[in-house]
Design a protein around this ligand. Structure first.
Ligand SMILES: NC(=O)c1ccc[n+]([C@@H]2O[C@H](COP(=O)([O-])OP(=O)(O)OC[C@H]3O[C@@H](n4cnc5c(N)ncnc54)[C@H](O)[C@@H]3O)[C@@H](O)[C@H]2O)c1
Length: 271
């Protein structure tokens, strides 16, 4: 087992990629604290972890709220006195149906070799609320949790911080300006903190998955899903376990020379 005796916290672990990472870490011997803004989600996953014979804590907290994040870490420290691994995974995506329609049309025209008849600028309809909430959950949330984790990890001179970015942060995705900006911000944050924290034994890296079949994309138009899958040379969406395997590498001591990197399981969507 690669994570025996380790204590991990995974945010946004009530579903999708976060749940798969939490269960993978538990199977590898870790005690896992799971966070989510949705109570049913975290409590169910904490039960699944306990049924694997591992210790679990469940925290219902909004990672974009620094007061809730501080309280979560205080409670975690009171219970466990240490934290070896933090996965900053909580995330949202705003899928606007008219924007999706514009993207499908543009994709179809490109496939047929036609020029787009009108500019595909869909971002002029992004609201302040969408912009701020997207940056708050992804970027503020990653920073707030990292800030608290570093206090514990610096004192113990050991830690692994894994930030969930996206190919959107590497390549930019049309129709997802706020999401792409937030994920690019997470990549910059990862590299800056990686340079500081390695001096106290704390490794900081990011994962930038391609398109993964999770509830996050449940409202995506099936036609758009199909078109996106075709853009990756592998020709399909990824699975949550394929991302969890990368997280396990970064969480384990196998990654002892991997600092400030962005690993991207994406089926060749972005090279
Ligand atoms: N699915 C993909 O194609 C894909 C690709 C690249 C990156 N990602 C990233 O992976 C991460 C997980 O996404 P997923 O696909 O598993 O989605 P998901 O919707 O299945 O899981 C995200 C979880 O985060 C929780 N969450 C949302 N806001 C929160 C908040 N403020 N505080 C705490 N928890 C919150 C949700 O309740 C949900 O359980 C996200 O950061 C996402 O951006 C997903």
């Amino acid at each position: 087992m690669k994570l025996a005796q380790r204590k991990a916290l995974v945010t946004g672990a009530g579903s999708g990629i976060g749940r798969a990472i939490a269960l993978c870490f538990a199977r590898e011997g870790a005690a896992v604290a799971v966070n989510d803004i949705r109570r049913e989600g975290v409590e169910g996953v904490a039960e699944e972890i306990r049924s694997l014979g591992r210790d679990a804590l469940a925290f219902c907290a909004d990672v974009s709220d620094s007061v809730e994040v501080r309280a979560m870490f205080e409670e975690l420290a009171a219970q466990w006195h240490r934290l070896d691994i933090l996965v900053n995974n909580a995330g949202i995506v705003v899928l606007d149906s008219s924007r999706q329609q514009r993207l499908i049309e543009a994709h179809m025209q490109r496939l047929q070799g036609l020029a787009t008849p009108e500019p595909l600028a869909v971002s002029q309809n992004v609201t302040d609320m969408e912009w701020r909430r997207t940056l708050a959950v992804h970027l503020d949330g990653t920073f707030y949790c990292t800030r608290e984790a570093l206090k514990l990890m610096e004192a113990q001179r050991y830690g692994k911080i894994i930030n969930m970015a996206s190919v959107a942060g590497l390549a930019g995705l049309a129709g997802a300006a706020a999401y792409s900006a937030a994920k690019a911000g997470i990549i910059g944050l990862t590299k800056a903190i990686a340079r500081e924290a390695i001096h106290c034994g704390v490794y900081v890296n990011a994962i930038a998955p391609g398109f993964i079949d999770t509830p996050l994309l449940a409202e995506m138009d099936p036609a758009l899903k199909h078109l996106i899958a075709l853009q990756a040379p592998i020709g399909r969406f990824g699975t949550t376990d394929e991302v969890a395997a990368v997280a396990l590498y970064l969480a384990s001591d196998d990654s002892s020379y991997t600092v400030g990197q962005v690993l991207s399981p994406n089926g060749g969507f972005y090279m």
